[in-house]
Design a protein around this ligand. Structure first.
Ligand code: ZN
Length: 317
């Protein structure tokens, strides 16, 4: 029988698992709640239990697998196979995750961060069409990214390559959690979009249901802003247009540097789909070098939640 791979996407609330063929086709998938209590001390033991339990169910053992690939929301030391800090998981000290999982499953383990594995997933089996040059941007609670260039996932000298959320799009902009000002994340994450709307509403004089909600102190969400824009609320359209300007600027500069075949946009904020993509593309075309604008495409992610497990699995190939 052809050997399989296991992809694991460890998140702050759920951990997703998949058994894949070496071609990246998902054969089985399941998930468990991530137990972050007691400084996350149960997370790895529960992953091991879940893997071993499933292998038992399917009458498989370690010899049926090439390896286990794991994506984690934290800083990874890939050589040592350790996680150096993952605050979503309540991990404050170095976690020897590779060694623990290998010891208990007898399967070799490869680890990378969650944004990088999602990038690999989209590049391999998703919108990237398995092209060797793909950039992935994920818009969610934060903004993450991953870069595959000439077939290799880039890590950089300190593991910070692909930190697209901290590309600066407005040097006088909002303060970022990283200590700098005007990072892409401050205007295109879910909270960033709302912050931008609040800021822009001060100067908007026309009639808008969204502006009324903001002025009344009602709860406004990124999703609500996006829906209002699609329903042609003038102010909401202005906010989304500004978000797309920043995304187009960041994508233009990234493409001028790397000239990927595509920049793939994923994550919750991108749920507005074509409405967002087409606007980002319009700005992208104004910022990208002409030959870059012609050769680099702006695309939407297609794998959704499966990108993580597929990309994680690809780490072992
Ligand atoms: Zn930042």
């Amino acid at each position: 029988m052809e050997k399989k791979i296991i992809g694991i996407d460890l998140g702050g609330t759920t951990t997703k698992f998949a058994i894949l063929t070496s071609d990246g086709e998902i054969q089985q998938k399941w998930s468990i709640d991530t137990n972050v209590l007691n400084e996350g001390s149960r997370i790895v033991p529960e992953i091991i239990e879940s893997v071993n339990h499933r292998l038992g169910l399917y009458d498989m053992d370690s010899s049926d697998f090439i390896g286990i690939g794991l994506g984690v929301p934290g800083k990874v030391d890939r050589e040592a196979g350790t996680i150096v800090g993952a605050y979503n998981l309540n991990w404050r000290t170095v976690q020897p995750v590779k060694e623990q999982i290998e010891r208990e499953t007898k399967i070799q383990v490869a680890i990378d961060n969650d944004a990088n594995v999602a990038a690999l997933g989209e590049q391999w089996k998703g919108a990237g069409d398995n092209d060797p040059n793909v950039v992935f941007v994920t818009l969610g609670t934060g903004v993450g990214g991953g870069i595959i260039s000439e077939g290799k996932l880039l890590h950089g000298t300190a593991g910070c390559a692909g930190e697209i959320g901290h590309v600066i799009v407005d040097p006088d902009g909002f303060e970022c959690t990283c200590g700098r000002k005007g990072c892409l994340e401050t205007v295109s994450s879910a909270t960033g979009v709302v912050r931008l709307a609040r800021h822009l509403s001060e100067k908007f004089a026309g009639s808008s249901e969204l502006k009324v909600q903001l002025d009344n102190g009602e709860e406004v969400t990124c999703k609500g802003i996006s829906e209002a824009a699609q329903n042609e609320d003038k102010f909401a359209v202005m906010v989304v247009d500004r978000v797309c300007f920043y995304l187009g600027l960041a994508c233009g500069n990234i493409a001028n540097t790397l000239n990927p075949s595509s920049i793939v946009i994923g994550g919750g904020v991108s749920a507005s789909g074509q409405f967002l993509r087409s606007r980002v593309e319009t700005y992208f075309n104004t910022f990208a070098f002409p030959e870059v604008a012609q050769s680099t495409k702006i695309k939407l992610a297609v794998l959704g939640n499966d990108a993580g497990v597929i990309g994680a699995g690809s780490l072992v190939l």
